[in-house]
Unconditional design. Structure first.
Length: 277
């Protein structure tokens, strides 16, 4: 197995960005095709596009880093982890992909121990991509990867005294999440899907995203790392960072809050577990 100790995290992130760009081309080509969707055991939809993108991503990761475990939503969701492993969601926001909103993403994160060390979130239909190794970056998606990305550093903004911008899901809402948001001075609620919420906060376009309902580690790891490297934080109950690789719980997250200004953390009161939501 290839070791990552001597590899620069930003260089790893750049390689992940190229893989996500290629997977995005696959998804864009399948957007207008008739998709035979099915409902998985957890109630979420999946399509041939999810499977095609995941197959390509796993192949490219193995070519670059042979032997490193890949925990991916569609085909490898129960894979055993190691000191280093990848978390992959090949199509985060399948419902939005099916309905043509364009608000879907490709999420790839390399985990070292229990925290991400390099990650990418690509939004092919929106023409945007974010990556992070030690620094968070944003770029438009080029027509051809060889022509190069136009990376610009992504930075969070300081939270305003009032009129915070909260990002909320189109299809997920619960009482516990509303209770957490109610203690903040929310001025605008912006509906956004998938891991794009982490990235919009990382780019200084919003302030907070709270999720008390269930999510999976491949939903959050890449966005978590990008936001953290941009100066923000993703915290669970008690303000601790999220950790990854919890095979014993099926890679399921508990409640969390993604925030641009870490001063907001002390004002949030997240429930202890997702089952409390």
């Amino acid at each position: 197995m290839m070791r990552f100790d001597d590899q620069n995290p930003d260089e790893i992130a750049q390689k992940l960005a190229h893989i996500a760009w290629e997977a995005g081309r696959v998804l864009r080509a399948m957007e207008s095709a008739f998709l035979d969707k099915r409902i998985k055991d957890d109630g979420s939809p999946t399509t041939a596009a999810d499977l095609a993108a995941e197959e390509l991503i796993i192949k490219r990761l193995d070519e670059a880093w042979s032997g490193v475990p890949v925990v991916a939503e569609e085909t490898c969701s129960s894979t055993h982890t190691d000191d280093y492993f990848f978390l992959v969601d090949p199509l985060d926001g399948t419902g939005d992909f099916i309905h043509g909103t364009g608000e879907y993403s490709i999420n790839i994160a390399l985990i070292r121990g229990n925290r991400p060390m390099a990650a990418v979130v690509a939004a092919p239909a929106m023409g945007s991509i974010w990556m992070a190794g030690e620094t968070a970056w944003k770029s438009s998606l080029p027509d051809e990867a060889e022509t190069g990305f136009d990376w610009r550093e992504a930075k969070v903004r300081a939270a305003p005294e009032k009129d915070l911008v909260a990002l909320v899901s189109r299809r997920h809402g619960d009482i516990a999440t509303e209770a957490c948001l109610s203690v903040l001075s929310i001025g605008t609620r912006r509906m956004t899907s998938s891991a794009l919420k982490f990235c919009l906060i990382a780019s200084g376009e919003a302030d907070v995203y709270v999720r008390c309902g269930p999510t999976m580690e491949w939903d959050t790891a890449a966005g978590d790392h990008i936001l953290t490297c941009a100066g923000g934080s993703v915290v669970g109950p008690g303000g601790a960072p999220l950790t990854y690789g919890h095979e014993d719980s099926g890679y399921r997250n508990g409640p969390f809050a993604a925030i641009g200004d870490i001063a907001l953390a002390s004002r949030l009161d997240l429930p202890v577990s997702a089952s409390a939501a």
